[in-house]
Structures are given as C-alpha cells and as structure tokens.
Design a protein around this ligand. Sequence first.
Ligand SMILES: NC(=O)C1=CN([C@@H]2O[C@H](COP(=O)(O)OP(=O)(O)OC[C@H]3O[C@@H](n4cnc5c(N)ncnc54)[C@H](O)[C@@H]3O)[C@@H](O)[C@H]2O)C=CC1
Ligand SMILES: O=C(O)C(=O)Cc1ccc(O)cc1
Length: 369
Amino acid sequence: MSVATVGPVRVVGTGLLGASVGLALAQHGVDVQLEDPSRTALALARDVGAGTPADASSPAPALVVVAAPPDVTADVVAASLAAHPQAVVTDVASVKGYVLAELRAAGADLTRYVGSHPMAGRERSGPSAAVPGLFVGRPWVITDSGESGEDAVLAVRHLAVDVGAVPVVMDTDEHDAAVAVVSHVPQLASSLVAARLRAADDDALALAGQGLRDVTRLAASDPALWTSILAANAAAVRDVLVALREDLDVVLGALDLAAAATGPEDVELGALATIARAIADGGAGAARIPGKHGGAHKRYTVVTVLVPDRPGELARLLGDVGAAGVNLEDLQLEHAAGRPVGMASISVLPGRAEHLETELTARGWRLVS
Ligand SMILES: NC(=O)C1=CN([C@@H]2O[C@H](COP(=O)(O)OP(=O)(O)OC[C@H]3O[C@@H](n4cnc5c(N)ncnc54)[C@H](O)[C@@H]3O)[C@@H](O)[C@H]2O)C=CC1
Ligand SMILES: O=C(O)C(=O)Cc1ccc(O)cc1
C-alpha cells in the first residue's frame, strides 16, 4: 500500500503509542526518527523496529508526533515547533484542552500544530507493548484549534489513515467531554471496583468469572500515566463522576430499604423498581456502544462449549465451527476452577446458533445450555 505521509517523521516519546506509530509507519517504508529522554525506551523502540534514534545528523522531519505523557506534552510540542521550523507537529495525548491552553499561554505557533488523539491503546505501557496494528479501524480524533493551517490538518489526517485509523474531527472541549464519559470514567470505575478486591478472601476470589475480568481489565493500567490524564481532564471527569455518585446514592437508598424488609413483598414501594431501573439503564447505555467496526452494536447469540484441557482441542473446536459453515464473530475462553476443562463462548449471528449447536453436538462436543 502506498502512503500519503511524507517523512521523515520524528516520534518524540517512544512508549506504547509512539513506538506503535513508528512501527506502523516504518512498515510502509516511511523514514521514522525516534527521540525519548529514556535511553532504554529509545533503544527498545529501535529494537522492536519502530525506527532509528535521531541524532544531530538526522534530516529535518516533515512531521513530528509527540507521544509523551500529557503533563509534559505542551512543553515537548513547543520545543518541537521551535526545533523544527518547517515541520507540522501533532501530539497524541488523551486530553486536548489542557495542551492547547498551555501552548496558547506559551505563545506557540499554532498554525503548524494540530492536536490529535488515537482512540486506541492497551492497559500496558512502553515500547515492548507496541504493535503496528494498534490503530487499525479505530477513531483518530483531530482537534483543529481554529488556527491550524490546512496543510497541517491534512498531514495529520494522512498520518491517521496511513496507520489504519479513521480520522474524526472534533472541537477540543467536545473531545474532552466525550473521552471523560467513554474512557476516563470507565478507567476510574474499573480501578475502583478492582481495588475492592484487595480485601476479599481467597475463597471469594476463587469464585470470580469472566464478568469480573471484563469489568476490571483496565485496572492494570499505568498509575502515573492515568494520574496525568485524569488531572489534565479533571473538570470533565468530575462532571461525569458527580452524576455517577448520584446514581450510586439512589441505588444505596433502595438497597437500604430492601435490607430493612423481611421479604420482597415487604420492601417499600418503588425500591425494587429503582434497582431494576439501574440495571436496565446500564443495558440501554451499553447497547449504544458501536460495534467493532463502528457500525451499530450487533447482538450475537453465544454458544458455550466445554473444551477438554488438552493440546489441540481448541484448534479442533474452531475447525469444527468452520466445517459447520458458521462465521465466528467473537470468542471468549474461561477456565473452570480446579477442573481440567475450559469453556469456550462462541458468538455467532442469531440465525446461525441452532445450526452450530446441532453440528457441534453431532461432532461429539458438549454444550453448556
Ligand atoms: N496508553 C494508551 O492506551 C493511550 C495513551 N495515549 C496518550 O499517548 C501518550 C503516551 O502514552 P503511552 O505511550 O501509553 O505511554 P508510555 O509510558 O508507554 O510512553 C511514554 C513515553 O514518553 C517518554 N517521555 C517522558 N517524558 C518525556 C519528555 N519530556 N519528552 C519526550 N518523551 C518523554 C517516556 O520516556 C516514555 O517512553 C500519552 O499522552 C497518553 O495520554 C493516547 C491513546 C491511548
Ligand atoms: O483499552 C482500552 O479499551 C482503551 O480504551 C485504551 C485507551 C486508553 C487511553 C486513551 O486515551 C485511549 C484509549
């Protein structure tokens, strides 16, 4: 594939995001220069194939991508604008208003600067977690300050498309409010729920299943990075948290009434409906999350199969799904605690589930209904 991005591209901050950008561009033959104050992060990024460490003899970059923590981003962008007077400079920080306000206050040349934010990441940090496909199919928000030059916006749009992302133009404040609700509060909620587990008994933890893993996946994120993100987007995050606190208070009130009753018929009128509404409202919110490829969220039917814990069994199962002519939309694996068996939950289009169940049963698989 030929790319529109004109190199050299200088990546400043060669952690997860920076090294992933470098890897994706280097794969297309773009000349990628690397820069990071951590010599280890720099050498690791080079080792994974993200580009070549920059030095005094490096040619002037046409585009600089700043992928440093949010609290230093504005300083690094300002320094890059000054060091590379011909280059367009973008950053990938998770918060945009804070960075723009600092650059304005510093009197930076905003015509060559375009803020951006790829909505793709992982709960791991550093160049060793980098992958070239990180951005494929993901939105890449471009926040034009109103002062960015047309060519500068186009260069960042090309970057987004060349690494496989989908450019989305947004106003800075609109972006910060959006990520507060879809990314920053979910991170906090995941961390807070997971923190409750510190005091749980081992016996209680042994009962944990996929639901808990789903809710706590983000809890493994880097505390330093997230402190920097949350502090930089404090006002927008706070607005969502206050609404969440009100929801928690409503549920707590209803649970207090349920706890005081001797049975369901005795619970004060409306309290059970309040609890049911909390769950239903969650379902309605989750149903609004677009599907993997940006379309409306599809509802799949899940067929759950017991898989013996032996080499090759999962491959055999997937082969049988294919032989049944059914497309696998998603797959989740769970280990039954203390038993030599796993459970594979196979998501398929609703119209295909019955056929798959018949075919798998005929091939000797045990289904969990
Ligand atoms: N982790 C994620 O999932 C996502 C992160 N982002 C944003 O990307 C940026 C980078 O995050 P990650 O790559 O995850 O972090 P990371 O911790 O993997 O990498 C950050 C890198 O920046 C370097 N750095 C620190 N101070 C610097 C400075 N003054 N100048 C240049 N480099 C400096 C560090 O040495 C490190 O190598 C952050 O602004 C973050 O908000 C955006 C989307 C997703
Ligand atoms: O892992 C996930 O689901 C994420 O949402 C990752 C992520 C983390 C931080 C960002 O600014 C953008 C995306």
